[in-house]
Every structure is written in C-alpha cells, then in structure tokens.
Design a protein around this ligand. Structure first.
Ligand SMILES: Cc1cc2nc3c(=O)[nH]c(=O)nc-3n(C[C@H](O)[C@H](O)[C@H](O)COP(=O)(O)O)c2cc1C
Length: 341
C-alpha cells in the first residue's frame, strides 16, 4: 500500500495512539513460540492496520517444506497480538488469508476503537511474559482434569479442537515419535538444519540454546532429539520412566491448508497461554506431524477424523525455572509507518 509516512522501526515510535497500540501488540507477539525459535514473521503497521507476513527466509527447507510449521508459528504470534490488544482495551477486526496477489500476507488487524479490557485478556496477557517451553520432566503429580477441560475450551474458542490423548493412545504417540525420529535423524539435511538452529551461540536472538533442549531420559513419548545422540528407551523398555504424569494433546483442524495452519497456531497459543495462566507447564511437539507416516499414525489415533496440526505436552512443572530462549531485535521484525506530520 502506498504511504505518505516514513518508515521507522524502533520504539519509541513517533506515531499516534492507534499505531502505538498496534505496535505494542506486535512487541508482545515477539514472545510467541515458533518452530526452532525461528520467529518467521514480520509486522507492518500503518496508522490503523497491522499486517502480519510470513518471513519465508526463515522457513526450514527440510523440516518444513510446505511452510506448515512456519504458518502455525505465525498464527501463535497473531493470537499473542490479539490478546495484547484485548488486554489493552483495543477492539480489532481480523482478516485472514488468502490474498491471491500476496501469498505471504497472513492476517491484517484493523483498529476499531476502544473497549473495556477483560480480566480474562489481562490474565492471558500476563501469561505471554511468563510462558516458555519446558522440556524438563514434569512433577510426579497428575494434571487436574478440569484444567484439561479449560485447554479444550481455549482451543475451541480459537477455532480448532484439542484432542487430549487417552492412556490407550500413548503407544500410537510413542510409535509416531519414534518413527519420526528414526527417519529424520537418518537424513543428513535434517541433522544439518537442526544443528543450524540448536546451537551454543544465540547472540542473534534466535534458535535454541543447548541448555533448553530436553535432558536425555526415558519418557512415555520421546521428545525431539535435538542433538541426534539418541534418547534411548521409551514406553517399551519396561524401566522407570521420567515424565509419567505428562499429558499429551493434539490440536486438530477440519481441513489441512494454510488457513487451518494459521488457525491451529492461534489455538496452540490459546492452549499454551491458558495452561501457563493456570500454573501448568507445556512443550510443543511438531515431530509428530512433520514426518508424513507419523502424521498418518496420529490421524489414525484420532479415528481418522480431522487433521492433526501440532502436539502439546502438558504437566505440572517440576520445581525451579526452565531455561529460556532469546528473541530477535524488534527492529528486524516490526516496521511502523510514521504518521505524516
Ligand atoms: C510450530 C511449532 C513447532 C514446535 N516444535 C517443537 C518440537 O517438535 N519440539 C520441541 O521441543 N519444541 C517445539 N516447539 C517449541 C519451540 O522450540 C519454542 O517455542 C521456541 O524455541 C521458543 O521458545 P519458547 O517457547 O520457550 O519461547 C515448537 C513450537 C512451534 C510454534
């Protein structure tokens, strides 16, 4: 869109209150989870609109050839921004893809005035700052069922469904994760992509510092093996397992295209923030859906109804704080058009 304004990219933004509140929401969205912490999105704010675009330079060629996980990550950023606006008392209209002439444009938020912030939005907004992926084994305490119900409801309100796995599903999940790991780790391109993003040096503000990856150990469903060294036994080994009280869930959509991936990302964010606000810990699991045969197995576990978009592991956190990832500088991800003076 042609603009008479100048582009300025760094807070404090020399802009009016409308752009300012959209910029604050884009800043909150920097905290969103993303595949391998790639943060593959870009915001363009021009007066009363904030446009969210996919940053295809950050798409993972081997892990994510279709852009499914990139779009889910952008959906999580979109939901974070919507929550921040709601908590700020800003009403927005949201338009989502597709735009035929602009395939990387994923959503446009249009400022529609001021409302009363809800307590719910403010609670969720606080969770944006405190949420992080927790791959440590969870505490030896079951997750209260009523909290799982709230996660289901959060996913539904965001336009998707959350299937919480039953004990009889664990074998299917363990097999899917095992299949995915074996196939992916046998692929040198996959290993190279992993080591590009899971690394000691996180000075660029992206990728996974090695202290955030899962400690080795037997779990009911193995987590992604980021270093390719092998996490060893799983549910089959009959030995003592860590993480016995972890619950697993799958965000499910009715169809399987870019619109649904964006919605799945919004639902993922709704689930993660609700869990955080309720004192639960989470880690996302996309290895279950990246590898096509593993995705089929998970779909079969769902009774061949709907499309599994992404997995989530949920539990009561162990004592202490999980290590955290960093974020890219806002200046690389948010562009604000200054109001004409
Ligand atoms: C689409 C998507 C896929 C992800 N896949 C995995 C995964 O397979 N395994 C994992 O441990 N974490 C996964 N994550 C979590 C990211 O690694 C994490 O969000 C990112 O490193 C940022 O860290 P944070 O969540 O602590 O802010 C995924 C997140 C998203 C949004």
């Amino acid at each position: 869109m042609a603009s008479t304004g100048r582009i300025i990219s760094e807070p404090p933004f020399r802009v009016g209150p409308t752009s300012r509140s959209l910029a604050r929401a884009a800043l909150a969205a920097l905290h969103a989870p993303s595949i391998l912490n790639t943060q593959p999105w870009h915001w363009h704010i021009d007066h009363d609109t904030a446009s969210l675009r996919a940053d295809r330079r950050r798409q993972l060629a081997t892990i994510d050839p279709d852009g499914r996980l990139l779009t889910i990550s952008c959906g999580a950023a979109l939901h974070h921004a919507r929550i921040a606006l709601e908590a700020d008392g800003v009403s927005v209209e949201v338009a989502r893809l597709p735009w035929d002439d602009d395939p990387d444009l994923l959503a446009v938020l249009r400022h529609r005035g001021i409302t009363q912030p809800t307590g719910h939005a403010q609670r969720m907004c606080q969770a944006i700052a405190s949420r992080c992926t927790d791959r440590r084994p969870f505490a030896g305490v079951p997750v209260p069922e009523e909290l799982l119900d709230r996660l289901r409801q959060a996913a539904e309100e965001a336009g998707a469904r959350l299937h919480i796995t039953r004990p009889q599903d664990l074998t299917s999940l363990a097999v899917a994760a095992g299949h995915a790991a074996a196939a992916q780790l046998a692929d040198p391109d996959y290993r190279a992509e992993l080591s590009d993003w899971a690394r000691l040096d996180d000075s660029s503000g992206d990728g996974l510092p090695l202290d955030t990856i899962a400690p080795a150990g037997a779990r009911p469903v193995p987590l992604r093996d980021f270093t390719g060294t092998g996490y060893g036994p799983s549910i089959y080994s009959g030995i003592d397992l860590d993480d016995r009280h972890a619950r697993y869930a799958v965000v499910v959509t009715d169809a399987d295209g870019p619109y649904e991936w964006l919605t799945a990302g919004e639902a993922l964010s709704a689930v993660l923030l609700t869990a955080t606000a309720d004192g639960l810990a989470t880690s996302t699991m996309s290895d279950l859906v990246e590898h096509v045969p593993a995705r089929r197995l998970v779909r079969h576990m769902l009774g061949d109804v709907g499309h599994p978009a992404i997995g989530v592991r949920i539990g009561v956190p162990a004592p202490g704080e999980p290590p955290r990832t960093r974020r890219r500088p806002a200046v690389e991800m948010i562009e604000v058009v200054a109001d004409p003076s």
